[in-house]
Design a binder for this molecule. Sequence first.
Ligand code: ATP
Ligand code: MG
Length: 429
Amino acid sequence: MSASIIQPVRGMNDVLPTEIGRWQFLERVVRELLHAYGYDEMRVPVVEQTDLFKRAIGEYTDVVEKEMYSFEDKGGERLTLRPEATAGIVRATISNGMLRGARHKLWCVGPMFRHEKPQKGRFRQFHQVDVEAIGFAGPDIDAELIALTAQLWRRLGISRVALQINSLGTAEARRAYRAQLTDYFRAHHAALDEDSQRRLEGNPLRILDSKNPAMQSIIAHAPSLPDHLDAESREHFAALRAALDALGIAYQVNPRLVRGLDYYSRTVFEWVTDALGAQDAVCSGGRYDGLIAQLGGEPTPAIGFAMGVERVVALLEQTGTAPATVGADVYVVAQGDAAVRAALVLADRVREAEPARRVELNLGGGNFKAQFRRADRSGAAIALVLGEDELARGVVQLKSLRDESAAAIEISLATAGQAVANWFKERVR
Ligand code: ATP
Ligand code: MG
């Protein structure tokens, strides 16, 4: 009787060693970049109270209406796998008493969960890099945050992305606009799809964010948000644009960019790409001056964004900036019982001398030919060869695997670690 195979959950992916190189490259660049801009990493739970997301994200959003993985745990608590990270980070700053007028620049990376229809670039478990600046009213931080994302694309070698920005104004100023928008959509009620009809009374701004192609023409003719901006928001937006100009960051003002959530105010932005097909948003964010108070914290202005890791990894695959796999640096070849024992020690010495390099020891024996085949496949730059003869003389052969014409160099077994370190130092320069 053969056991049945357990399938992975639909829309949830394994990231295999054959592609991990790009993920690790991205994570390394992100970590260095956020360090450079003064952001601190923070880690928050993957599960939160369902109410947190309902209150933070808003009832009339795709996420809350249809996409949440919610369940009751054994103690009867209503919990949800996080669909995004902002709510959790804000909750954490409140629960940990971090606000009190203080300012924080925070980031995290990890899996998010949304019950969407899986397709290219859209999954049920996906990853986000999430960045939040809390306690800053802007517009300087708005500009710096966007500059950070522009810098990220440069460091990743990604160029097929374009920036769209908009201002939503304050919640008060939006009220008048909302009334007009409601009138407009009511007049076109029969042409609205089911989602939009439901949102009309709850949050008509959400209709502007509809992805339904049939809705686009009605949306295009709707009253325009920028015409309704309050004076202060207008100034804020002008200052942001001037700062982006000074930074040399190109952008397009997209008056339809709403990011629909109730908590957004003033600045919203999105980086889109034409290189990935339908799922074109790679990084989206905005200012949420009202959210912290809405969740019971003291009123604190804030701005943040989330970047979709899978989509950026897909861009990296196209640019070829980073290798797909992680290869070895040094491969140790050894034959004969005593030589194999000495090779265990040798490999460790090299790892001590060069802690960041991958030193792979041939395991499981094999003749020299088979071992060299493995050495080549490992991607190593050099092989260290230790046979009975070398062991007897207290030496090791250092052989370049990239440059076939280079003769093997004989180095002393006792100082092999240092010799390998020197070999790399001379070539990296
Ligand atoms: P979309 O318009 O693609 O549904 P969204 O507005 O729901 O995106 P956000 O909630 O702002 O997206 O999330 C920020 C980023 O996370 C997006 O720009 C995208 O890159 C990524 N993302 C969102 N949902 C998914 C998903 N289901 N699978 C993969 N990446 C996603
Ligand atoms: Mg979505």
